[in-house]
Design a protein around this ligand. Structure first.
Ligand code: MG
Length: 386
């Protein structure tokens, strides 16, 4: 196994767990990229000896290059650097684990270079799904899902290439506020939302999980990854996060994938696909859980899920607009600038204010993203400045 891997977002939650898997199986790292955590990125460069490294935040570039002056590694920065790294065809696989819309251009760069992509960055498919899937099909590039639900569906599809899918069951933990009323949600703060019951994740996805926007983004991701119609996607609240999702076939048989909630399992499946090897995730003991529960999501309370489904049905640039508004609103909630319920209000206002258009080019996606961010910032902070 001498797959060479480029890892984008190496210092984040998915990034560090990807390196656990790389370490365990003695895989080779060709390149690493991170946003601004120069201490951890330097440590990773010294351990994994990549040929190239990108520090995205340009103000960190000089200090970072200085810190690595004794090593034979090329240091890049900014979006240009990130795309150069992602599109370097010395790698066999790009693992894209960056957070947010910033992941779209490097995904397209990797595809253009004919490199398979293990995708943990959901915003890539939410905002630019049509572009990404078309480009991947044209280049014969595989998009391997890393998100646990999509990995589950991908695993349940193996060996069924000729069997049409009737629908999918996309499971959701429900997050820390499952069962709360809107009245109770008025006063929750970021620290409450960051206590996720099952998964240990970064702050953006943890807040998205609390609002259920995460599941909305995952519906759109699933639509593109598995070429589904919106009505084939069924969200199911499953508090234990043991059944990671499932596929229903024509005969109403459901094949689901189970395991303990540990991201190293789906990460490893994407990287080693189609092989299965030992994984540091614990074995699943169903008797330890005893009971597995399933319920309908409460979309009237958790409006972000309903808004995302609406964006999915409308298509065009609306999912991009929805995603951009959510990114700004989540940041503002984490900073204590707006309340929990304001997140959905910000998203809804942006979806109503910015006219939807067909999605044709990457430039149009980036423009809609920028316009939406400005609009939402203006509403929250009174200025369009970042
Ligand atoms: Mg997920």
């Amino acid at each position: 196994m001498d797959k060479r891997i480029t890892l984008l977002g190496s210092t984040g939650s998915i990034g560090t767990q990807t390196l656990d898997v790389v370490r365990m199986h003695g895989l080779q790292i060709y390149a690493l990229a991170a946003n601004r955590n120069i201490e951890l990125l330097e440590q990773q460069v010294r351990e994994f000896h990549p040929k190239k490294v990108c520090i995205f935040e340009e103000s960190c570039y000089l200090a970072f290059r200085e810190a690595l002056a004794d090593l034979p590694v090329q240091v890049l920065t900014g979006m240009e650097g990130l795309c150069e790294l992602a599109g370097d065809s010395h790698a066999d696989l790009v693992v894209n684990a960056v957070v947010g819309m910033v992941g779209l251009q490097p995904t397209l760069a990797a595809i253009a270079a004919g490199i398979d992509v293990a995708l943990a960055n959901k915003e890539t498919l939410v905002a630019g799904g049509a572009l990404v899937m078309q480009a991947a099909a044209k280049k014969g590039v595989s998009i391997l899902p890393v998100d646990s639900e999509h990995s589950a569906i991908f695993q349940c599809l193996q060996g069924n290439a000729h069997n049409p899918v009737k629908g999918i069951l996309l499971t959701a933990s429900g997050g820390p506020f499952f069962g709360y009323t809107r009245e109770q949600l008025k006063t929750v703060i970021a620290a409450d939302a960051l206590k996720h019951p099952n998964w240990d994740m970064g702050s953006k996805v943890t807040i998205d999980s609390a609002t259920m926007m995460n599941k909305g983004l995952e519906c759109i991701e699933a639509k593109w990854l598995f070429d589904l119609q919106p009505e084939q996607i069924n969200v199911l609240v499953h508090r234990q996060s043991v059944v990671h999702s499932g596929v229903m076939y024509a005969d109403n048989s459901v094949i689901a994938q189970m395991g303990v909630p540990d991201m190293r399992l789906p990460i490893q499946y994407a990287i080693l696909y189609p092989e299965r090897k030992p994984c540091p995730a614990e074995p699943l003991s169903l008797t330890k859980y005893g009971t597995l529960t399933f319920a309908e999501p409460d979309e009237a309370t958790f409006r972000c899920l309903a808004l995302a489904k609406q964006a999915m049905r409308s298509g065009g640039l609306l999912p991009c607009i929805m995603n951009a508004a959510n990114e700004i609103a989540v940041r503002a909630f984490l900073d204590g600038k707006i309340g929990f319920l304001d997140i959905a209000d910000c998203v809804e206002t942006a979806m109503q204010s910015i006219p939807n258009q067909p999605l044709q080019t990457c430039e149009a996606v980036l423009r809609a993203d920028r316009e939406t961010r400005e609009l939402v910032r203006l509403r929250i902070y009174g200025t369009t400045e970042a």
